[in-house]
Design a protein around this ligand. Structure first.
Ligand SMILES: [Mg+2]
Length: 205
């Protein structure tokens, strides 16, 4: 059955994070404490090492394991937020991994991030990439689009959401300490979250 290859998703996300680590850190240097790239790279390298070590093979187990590793390894806000995403995602994906399941699980992950971070759309956080992607997935499921089409639409939505964070004034996270001065900078969390969606597209089988 076509669908999500969860192990490939985690591995591809790790590769994309590695490729973009300097960019993520530079973005975080402008509005935060310049550690987003290094933190995410360390966390995702540990997640890949855990996959290499262990026999987790259902999508739910792989995502649960990844969540635990990220919570343990990434300091600051990103570990708990990405950990919560993967944990909530895992709770729903258990039943299968077709497009509709993926959309439901992705929505659950987003809801977890929103609950944990107390951020809303437009607060200049990872929610600004994840929420448009979740909406695009839901629309694709309603329209009976193929998995590939649904994931393509999710990538476009996540990347537009990421780009739309640039003029925003941050209302959550460390960037919010800058107030108005946070405007004019692309949000690092939305940038890594868009990579998470791209990684899902690239690991859709
Ligand atoms: Mg930081």
């Amino acid at each position: 059955m076509p669908g999500l290859d969860a192990a490939a998703w985690v591995r591809t996300f790790a590769t994309l994070i590695d490729e973009h680590a300097e960019e993520l850190t530079a973005l975080d240097a402008a509005v935060g404490d310049a550690d987003h790239g290094t933190n995410m790279r360390r966390g995702m390298a540990a997640a890949v090492a855990a996959l290499d070590d262990c026999a987790a093979d259902s999508p739910a187990d792989i995502c649960k394991q990844t969540a635990m590793v990220l919570i343990r390894t990434i300091g600051g806000a990103s570990g708990p937020l990405y950990g919560t995403f993967f944990l909530r995602f895992a709770g729903v994906i258990e039943k299968g991994s077709d497009t509709a399941d993926f959309a439901r699980a992705f929505r659950a992950g987003l809801d977890g991030v929103i609950a944990r971070g107390k951020a809303e759309l437009g607060d200049k956080t990872m929610v600004d990439a994840l929420a448009p992607a979740a909406d695009a997935l839901d629309r694709s499921v309603t329209a009976a689009a193929s998995g590939a089409q649904a994931l393509d639409a999710a990538v476009v939505a996540a990347e537009s959401g990421r780009d739309a964070t640039t003029p925003l004034v941050a209302r959550k996270g460390r960037a919010s300490y800058l107030g108005e001065r946070s405007a004019g900078h692309q949000d690092p969390g939305a940038t890594s979250a868009a990579l998470l969606v791209r990684a899902a597209r690239e690991s859709w089988r």
